[in-house]
Design a binder for this molecule. Sequence first.
Ligand code: AMP
Ligand code: ZN
Length: 466
Amino acid sequence: MPLRLYNTLTQEVQPFAPLNDNTVRMYTCGPTVYDFAHIGNFRTFVFFDLLRRWLRASGFKLDHVMNITDVDDKIIRNAVAQNKTLDEYTAIYTKAFLDDCAALRLEKPERLVRATEHIKEMADAIHKLEEGGYTYRSDGSVYFRIAKFKDYGKLSHNDFSGMVAGARVDVDNYDKADARDFALWKAAKPGEPAWDTEAGHGRPGWHIECSVMAIQYLGATLDLHAGGIDLVFPHHENEIAQSEALTGKPFARFWVHSEFLLVEGQKMSKSLGNFYTLRDIFARGIAPEAVRYLLASVPYRKALNFTFDGLASAKTAIERLRNFKFRLDSAKLAEGVNDKIAEHAAAALAGFRAAMDDDLNTAEALAFVFEFLRDANTALDAGEFMEGNLAGANALLDQFDAVFEVLKPTAAAGGISETDIENLIAERTAAKKARNFARSDEIRAQLLDAGVVIEDTKDGVRWKRK
Ligand code: AMP
Ligand code: ZN
């Protein structure tokens, strides 16, 4: 069976395939760079990464656009308070976000696009909406008139028929289930950074940015649009209203939403103060792979309760997988094939793929891997795992790691792992023994560059990080 995904629009699990040239045109809502992202945010970004990887494993090519929201109420407030320009302020958190994504091994979208680099296009879109009669102006701002868009509510499946016409909202975030006309363009208050466009002196609202950049790069109809579950209403409902009012075409064929990371039953969020950034986690000596594994291991449509015990179990799971891989790479195996193990490896691989095809059921996919691991480890202990079983076992691990990507350890801070240090020291000792002092000096310098000092003592070489 081919890949199936739950589509929020139809409220059904449906077979997924792109419409044209085998390329998935997808848009995901990116971060607002006003502060460090927390691991709740990263549950959503890890989900985007899993989705990307499984779409590729399903044989599709990707054209994936993600926005960076680098202008909004909070950014403006913080930048002004710190006497920084918007660019100076957002550069700090954009870099932090990208560093965190790299630490979590998240693939880069084909296009990462910044809101402030598309202001003109947004003003043009607002102008077009004005011409279509979808807007009204008030106090220098431009609002979208929701009552004019008949399909409003089709994504969140809310009935907005009793909505108060003309009620407006000015802030970027509101989550009550009442529909209100939202700002497409916000007039600048005195002292705020602003742009002068046909729409006025001010800045675009949050919703219009996603519609405009999605359509600009991917065309009127996307194959897939994804985001956190909290974005269904109002953000994605508003994106649909603006986009379909602009183009007259369906905006996205599939809408895919991931559930929250919870802490003691509540959404992890800045406002509740129950959050951890990756920096907080790393400071406790926890490796990024453990975070990645934990966030990936629960299917995206199930809420995931965050605990440090959960992180510890993730670490143990990764160690079991790495130990197994090490055994495969180093064991002396008898020639031949153990048919039962070979069959199990093939069945586990098929099971893994079927589970991922089933709306990315990562928990079930993992269960296939660990069941095989148990079986194969027992066979290894008993000397019944044979050389001809290596290919099947490695194929399963490769498939696993193409999605989860946790087998290779992250180099320690300073860029060099303990194993690499030990290997270099061993090479240096051998070079000295062979009287190749040029090479031994070179290695000492290389280690020093990586922040490692070595010391020759009568008991051998000692090293420490600077
Ligand atoms: P923001 O930077 O606030 O716009 O949020 C970025 C993304 O993180 C959005 O797609 C949110 O849906 C998502 N998000 C925020 N909090 C959580 C959470 N506790 N669990 C999962 N995703 C979240
Ligand atoms: Zn968006």
